[in-house]
Design a protein around this ligand. Structure first.
Ligand SMILES: Nc1nc2c(ncn2[C@@H]2O[C@H](COP(=O)(O)OP(=O)(O)O)[C@@H](O)[C@H]2O)c(=O)[nH]1
Ligand SMILES: [Mg+2]
Length: 298
Protein backbone atom coordinates (compact mmCIF):
# COMPACT_ATOMS: atom_id res chain seq x y z
CA UNK A 1 0.00 0.00 0.00
CA UNK A 2 1.61 3.23 -1.11
CA UNK A 3 -0.24 6.27 0.17
CA UNK A 4 -0.31 9.20 -2.23
CA UNK A 5 -0.37 12.72 -0.90
CA UNK A 6 -1.10 15.71 -3.15
CA UNK A 7 0.27 19.13 -2.24
CA UNK A 8 -1.87 22.14 -3.21
CA UNK A 9 -1.66 25.88 -2.67
CA UNK A 10 -1.05 29.16 -4.42
CA UNK A 11 2.32 29.89 -6.09
CA UNK A 12 5.24 30.76 -3.81
CA UNK A 13 3.71 29.50 -0.58
CA UNK A 14 6.39 26.85 -0.03
CA UNK A 15 4.94 23.72 -1.65
CA UNK A 16 8.23 22.61 -3.19
CA UNK A 17 10.12 23.57 -0.05
CA UNK A 18 7.73 21.34 1.90
CA UNK A 19 8.36 18.41 -0.45
CA UNK A 20 12.10 18.88 0.02
CA UNK A 21 11.73 18.92 3.79
CA UNK A 22 9.58 15.81 3.91
CA UNK A 23 11.74 13.80 1.51
CA UNK A 24 14.99 15.23 2.88
CA UNK A 25 16.19 15.41 -0.68
CA UNK A 26 16.18 18.04 -3.35
CA UNK A 27 13.56 16.54 -5.61
CA UNK A 28 11.74 19.74 -6.30
CA UNK A 29 13.04 23.02 -7.53
CA UNK A 30 12.32 25.95 -5.24
CA UNK A 31 11.91 29.27 -6.93
CA UNK A 32 11.24 32.94 -6.52
CA UNK A 33 8.76 32.92 -9.41
CA UNK A 34 5.16 31.87 -9.56
CA UNK A 35 5.25 29.07 -12.08
CA UNK A 36 8.41 27.12 -11.49
CA UNK A 37 6.66 23.79 -11.29
CA UNK A 38 5.01 22.82 -14.56
CA UNK A 39 5.39 19.06 -14.32
CA UNK A 40 4.65 17.50 -10.98
CA UNK A 41 7.53 16.70 -8.64
CA UNK A 42 7.20 13.35 -6.95
CA UNK A 43 9.09 12.35 -3.86
CA UNK A 44 9.10 9.37 -1.54
CA UNK A 45 8.64 10.13 2.14
CA UNK A 46 9.59 7.42 4.64
CA UNK A 47 7.65 6.82 7.83
CA UNK A 48 10.92 6.32 9.67
CA UNK A 49 9.84 6.71 13.28
CA UNK A 50 12.68 6.31 15.76
CA UNK A 51 10.98 3.48 17.68
CA UNK A 52 11.06 1.35 14.53
CA UNK A 53 14.84 1.57 14.49
CA UNK A 54 14.93 0.36 18.10
CA UNK A 55 12.94 -2.72 17.09
CA UNK A 56 15.34 -3.31 14.21
CA UNK A 57 18.32 -3.12 16.57
CA UNK A 58 16.77 -5.35 19.24
CA UNK A 59 16.00 -8.06 16.67
CA UNK A 60 19.42 -7.65 15.04
CA UNK A 61 17.78 -7.57 11.60
CA UNK A 62 19.92 -7.08 8.50
CA UNK A 63 17.53 -4.53 7.00
CA UNK A 64 14.56 -2.36 7.83
CA UNK A 65 11.68 -1.52 5.55
CA UNK A 66 9.64 1.57 6.32
CA UNK A 67 6.25 2.46 4.84
CA UNK A 68 6.60 4.80 1.89
CA UNK A 69 4.32 7.71 1.06
CA UNK A 70 4.47 9.36 -2.32
CA UNK A 71 4.14 13.14 -2.23
CA UNK A 72 3.08 14.92 -5.41
CA UNK A 73 3.88 18.61 -5.76
CA UNK A 74 2.06 20.40 -8.58
CA UNK A 75 2.05 23.97 -9.88
CA UNK A 76 0.47 26.72 -7.83
CA UNK A 77 -3.22 27.42 -8.25
CA UNK A 78 -4.20 31.01 -8.87
CA UNK A 79 -7.61 32.65 -8.62
CA UNK A 80 -9.69 31.63 -11.66
CA UNK A 81 -7.26 28.91 -12.70
CA UNK A 82 -10.37 26.96 -13.72
CA UNK A 83 -11.07 29.69 -16.27
CA UNK A 84 -7.58 29.30 -17.65
CA UNK A 85 -5.70 31.86 -15.54
CA UNK A 86 -2.08 31.12 -14.69
CA UNK A 87 -1.28 27.62 -15.85
CA UNK A 88 -4.97 26.74 -15.84
CA UNK A 89 -6.03 23.79 -13.73
CA UNK A 90 -5.39 20.77 -15.96
CA UNK A 91 -2.30 19.92 -13.93
CA UNK A 92 -4.67 19.03 -11.08
CA UNK A 93 -5.28 15.76 -12.96
CA UNK A 94 -1.96 14.59 -11.47
CA UNK A 95 -3.68 14.67 -8.07
CA UNK A 96 -6.60 12.51 -9.15
CA UNK A 97 -4.75 9.49 -7.76
CA UNK A 98 -3.98 11.16 -4.40
CA UNK A 99 -5.53 9.64 -1.28
CA UNK A 100 -5.30 12.90 0.64
CA UNK A 101 -4.46 16.55 -0.01
CA UNK A 102 -2.18 18.82 1.95
CA UNK A 103 -2.98 22.47 1.43
CA UNK A 104 -0.20 24.93 2.20
CA UNK A 105 -1.14 28.48 3.20
CA UNK A 106 1.46 31.19 3.54
CA UNK A 107 1.87 33.62 6.40
CA UNK A 108 5.59 34.29 6.05
CA UNK A 109 6.48 37.72 4.72
CA UNK A 110 9.41 38.12 2.37
CA UNK A 111 9.88 40.99 -0.03
CA UNK A 112 11.78 39.09 -2.68
CA UNK A 113 9.21 36.28 -2.74
CA UNK A 114 6.17 37.93 -4.30
CA UNK A 115 2.69 36.71 -3.42
CA UNK A 116 0.37 36.11 -6.34
CA UNK A 117 -2.32 38.36 -4.85
CA UNK A 118 0.13 41.03 -3.72
CA UNK A 119 -0.42 40.58 0.01
CA UNK A 120 -0.32 37.95 2.73
CA UNK A 121 -3.85 36.80 3.55
CA UNK A 122 -4.18 33.09 4.38
CA UNK A 123 -8.01 33.15 4.70
CA UNK A 124 -8.37 34.63 1.24
CA UNK A 125 -5.88 32.12 -0.19
CA UNK A 126 -7.69 29.22 1.46
CA UNK A 127 -10.99 30.35 -0.08
CA UNK A 128 -9.36 30.61 -3.51
CA UNK A 129 -7.92 27.09 -3.25
CA UNK A 130 -11.21 25.60 -2.04
CA UNK A 131 -13.05 27.30 -4.89
CA UNK A 132 -10.54 26.07 -7.47
CA UNK A 133 -10.75 22.48 -6.21
CA UNK A 134 -14.54 22.69 -6.27
CA UNK A 135 -14.61 24.08 -9.80
CA UNK A 136 -12.22 21.37 -10.96
CA UNK A 137 -14.66 18.76 -9.61
CA UNK A 138 -17.58 20.48 -11.31
CA UNK A 139 -15.74 20.56 -14.62
CA UNK A 140 -14.96 16.84 -14.39
CA UNK A 141 -18.63 16.08 -13.61
CA UNK A 142 -19.83 18.16 -16.54
CA UNK A 143 -17.32 16.65 -18.91
CA UNK A 144 -18.45 13.11 -18.10
CA UNK A 145 -22.12 13.38 -17.19
CA UNK A 146 -23.29 12.29 -20.64
CA UNK A 147 -21.75 8.87 -20.27
CA UNK A 148 -22.23 8.67 -16.50
CA UNK A 149 -25.65 10.13 -15.67
CA UNK A 150 -25.09 9.84 -11.92
CA UNK A 151 -22.50 12.65 -12.15
CA UNK A 152 -25.30 15.17 -12.61
CA UNK A 153 -26.63 14.39 -9.14
CA UNK A 154 -23.10 14.22 -7.72
CA UNK A 155 -22.35 17.66 -9.14
CA UNK A 156 -25.48 19.14 -7.55
CA UNK A 157 -24.64 17.63 -4.19
CA UNK A 158 -21.02 18.75 -4.27
CA UNK A 159 -22.13 22.29 -5.08
CA UNK A 160 -24.58 22.27 -2.18
CA UNK A 161 -22.01 20.55 0.07
CA UNK A 162 -24.46 17.70 0.69
CA UNK A 163 -23.46 14.16 1.63
CA UNK A 164 -23.21 11.64 -1.21
CA UNK A 165 -24.72 8.17 -0.85
CA UNK A 166 -22.62 5.02 -1.24
CA UNK A 167 -23.08 4.55 -5.02
CA UNK A 168 -22.30 8.18 -5.63
CA UNK A 169 -19.21 8.02 -3.42
CA UNK A 170 -17.87 5.13 -5.47
CA UNK A 171 -18.33 6.96 -8.76
CA UNK A 172 -16.99 10.24 -7.37
CA UNK A 173 -13.89 8.42 -6.11
CA UNK A 174 -13.34 6.72 -9.44
CA UNK A 175 -13.15 10.17 -11.02
CA UNK A 176 -10.74 11.30 -8.29
CA UNK A 177 -13.01 14.17 -7.22
CA UNK A 178 -11.40 16.38 -4.57
CA UNK A 179 -14.60 16.69 -2.54
CA UNK A 180 -14.09 13.06 -1.52
CA UNK A 181 -10.50 13.41 -0.42
CA UNK A 182 -9.31 13.99 3.11
CA UNK A 183 -7.50 17.29 3.66
CA UNK A 184 -4.83 18.65 5.96
CA UNK A 185 -3.93 22.35 6.09
CA UNK A 186 -0.42 23.51 6.94
CA UNK A 187 0.55 27.11 7.62
CA UNK A 188 4.01 28.12 6.43
CA UNK A 189 4.74 30.81 8.99
CA UNK A 190 4.28 31.62 12.63
CA UNK A 191 0.79 33.08 13.07
CA UNK A 192 -0.59 29.88 14.60
CA UNK A 193 -3.91 30.19 12.79
CA UNK A 194 -6.59 28.26 14.63
CA UNK A 195 -8.09 26.67 11.47
CA UNK A 196 -4.94 24.87 10.32
CA UNK A 197 -3.52 21.51 11.39
CA UNK A 198 0.14 22.56 11.63
CA UNK A 199 1.90 25.93 11.87
CA UNK A 200 5.64 26.31 11.47
CA UNK A 201 8.17 28.21 9.41
CA UNK A 202 9.38 25.89 6.66
CA UNK A 203 12.71 27.68 6.64
CA UNK A 204 13.32 27.66 10.39
CA UNK A 205 11.29 25.16 12.35
CA UNK A 206 11.26 21.80 10.62
CA UNK A 207 12.59 18.69 12.31
CA UNK A 208 12.20 14.91 12.19
CA UNK A 209 9.64 14.83 15.01
CA UNK A 210 7.40 17.20 13.04
CA UNK A 211 7.78 15.08 9.92
CA UNK A 212 6.56 12.03 11.88
CA UNK A 213 3.64 14.03 13.34
CA UNK A 214 2.55 15.09 9.87
CA UNK A 215 2.76 11.51 8.59
CA UNK A 216 0.76 10.27 11.57
CA UNK A 217 -1.90 12.90 10.93
CA UNK A 218 -2.15 11.61 7.37
CA UNK A 219 -2.47 8.01 8.55
CA UNK A 220 -5.07 8.99 11.11
CA UNK A 221 -7.18 10.80 8.49
CA UNK A 222 -7.00 7.72 6.27
CA UNK A 223 -7.96 5.43 9.15
CA UNK A 224 -4.65 3.58 8.96
CA UNK A 225 -2.35 2.14 11.59
CA UNK A 226 0.79 -0.01 11.45
CA UNK A 227 2.05 -3.41 12.54
CA UNK A 228 5.58 -4.70 12.57
CA UNK A 229 7.09 -8.02 11.59
CA UNK A 230 10.66 -8.59 12.68
CA UNK A 231 13.25 -11.35 12.53
CA UNK A 232 17.01 -11.62 12.04
CA UNK A 233 16.62 -10.84 8.36
CA UNK A 234 14.25 -7.94 8.23
CA UNK A 235 12.22 -5.55 10.32
CA UNK A 236 9.27 -4.41 8.31
CA UNK A 237 6.66 -1.84 9.15
CA UNK A 238 3.35 -2.35 7.39
CA UNK A 239 0.40 -0.03 7.05
CA UNK A 240 -3.08 -1.47 7.52
CA UNK A 241 -6.65 -0.24 7.91
CA UNK A 242 -7.59 0.11 11.55
CA UNK A 243 -10.62 -2.18 11.43
CA UNK A 244 -8.84 -5.12 9.76
CA UNK A 245 -8.44 -8.63 11.13
CA UNK A 246 -5.22 -10.63 11.47
CA UNK A 247 -5.93 -12.59 8.28
CA UNK A 248 -5.80 -9.34 6.34
CA UNK A 249 -2.56 -8.41 8.09
CA UNK A 250 -1.06 -11.77 7.11
CA UNK A 251 -1.95 -11.13 3.47
CA UNK A 252 -0.11 -7.81 3.52
CA UNK A 253 3.09 -9.53 4.64
CA UNK A 254 2.91 -12.32 2.07
CA UNK A 255 0.12 -13.60 -0.19
CA UNK A 256 0.79 -17.13 1.17
CA UNK A 257 0.43 -16.13 4.79
CA UNK A 258 -3.31 -15.57 4.64
CA UNK A 259 -4.00 -19.29 4.11
CA UNK A 260 -1.16 -20.61 6.25
CA UNK A 261 -1.73 -18.49 9.35
CA UNK A 262 -3.51 -20.17 12.24
CA UNK A 263 -2.71 -17.87 15.12
CA UNK A 264 -0.79 -14.67 15.71
CA UNK A 265 1.49 -13.80 18.60
CA UNK A 266 1.27 -10.12 19.42
CA UNK A 267 3.25 -7.75 21.59
CA UNK A 268 2.35 -4.07 21.68
CA UNK A 269 5.23 -1.86 20.59
CA UNK A 270 5.09 0.22 23.77
CA UNK A 271 5.40 -2.93 25.93
CA UNK A 272 8.21 -4.27 23.77
CA UNK A 273 10.13 -1.01 24.10
CA UNK A 274 9.70 -1.11 27.89
CA UNK A 275 11.12 -4.64 27.89
CA UNK A 276 7.86 -6.16 29.11
CA UNK A 277 7.06 -9.68 27.91
CA UNK A 278 3.34 -9.10 27.51
CA UNK A 279 2.70 -11.28 24.47
CA UNK A 280 -0.80 -12.44 23.62
CA UNK A 281 -2.08 -15.02 21.16
CA UNK A 282 -4.95 -14.21 18.79
CA UNK A 283 -6.92 -16.12 16.19
CA UNK A 284 -6.64 -15.14 12.56
CA UNK A 285 -10.22 -13.85 12.47
CA UNK A 286 -9.76 -11.55 15.45
CA UNK A 287 -9.53 -7.78 14.96
CA UNK A 288 -5.94 -6.56 14.81
CA UNK A 289 -4.15 -4.88 17.71
CA UNK A 290 -2.68 -1.65 16.30
CA UNK A 291 0.94 -0.49 16.75
CA UNK A 292 2.21 -3.94 17.66
CA UNK A 293 4.73 -6.57 16.60
CA UNK A 294 3.15 -9.68 15.06
CA UNK A 295 4.51 -13.18 14.72
CA UNK A 296 2.36 -15.30 12.42
CA UNK A 297 2.06 -18.90 13.56
CA UNK A 298 1.44 -21.55 10.90
N1 LIG B 1 11.51 33.46 4.41
C1 LIG B 1 10.94 32.33 4.03
N2 LIG B 1 10.99 31.96 2.75
C2 LIG B 1 10.43 30.80 2.39
C3 LIG B 1 9.77 29.97 3.34
N3 LIG B 1 9.29 28.88 2.68
C4 LIG B 1 9.63 29.04 1.38
N4 LIG B 1 10.32 30.19 1.20
C5 LIG B 1 10.86 30.73 -0.06
O1 LIG B 1 9.77 31.07 -0.89
C6 LIG B 1 10.06 30.81 -2.26
C7 LIG B 1 8.96 29.93 -2.85
O2 LIG B 1 9.03 28.65 -2.27
P1 LIG B 1 8.60 27.35 -3.09
O3 LIG B 1 8.75 26.19 -2.18
O4 LIG B 1 9.29 27.29 -4.40
O5 LIG B 1 7.05 27.69 -3.33
P2 LIG B 1 5.98 26.97 -4.28
O6 LIG B 1 5.81 27.86 -5.45
O7 LIG B 1 4.73 26.94 -3.45
O8 LIG B 1 6.49 25.61 -4.63
C8 LIG B 1 11.43 30.16 -2.28
O9 LIG B 1 12.39 31.16 -2.56
C9 LIG B 1 11.62 29.67 -0.86
O10 LIG B 1 12.98 29.63 -0.52
C10 LIG B 1 9.73 30.39 4.71
O11 LIG B 1 9.20 29.70 5.61
N5 LIG B 1 10.33 31.58 5.00
MG1 LIG C 1 6.90 24.81 -6.47
Amino acid sequence: MKIKVGIVGMPNVGKSTFLNLMTQKYVAQEGEWPFTTINPNRGIVLYDKEEFLTVFKKFGSKSIKYPELEFIDVAGLVKDAYKGKGLGNEFLSHLKEADILIEIVRTFEKENVPHQEGSIDPERDHKIIQEELLMSDIKICERNQKKDKILEKIKEKILKKEKLDDDQIQVAKSYGLFALKEKIIIENGKRNLDWVDFSFSFKEDFNHELKIKIIEKILDKLNLTFFITANENETRINLIEKNSNFKEAAKIVHSDFEKKTIKVQVIELKDFLRGEEKTKIFNKNDKIIPESIYKFIF
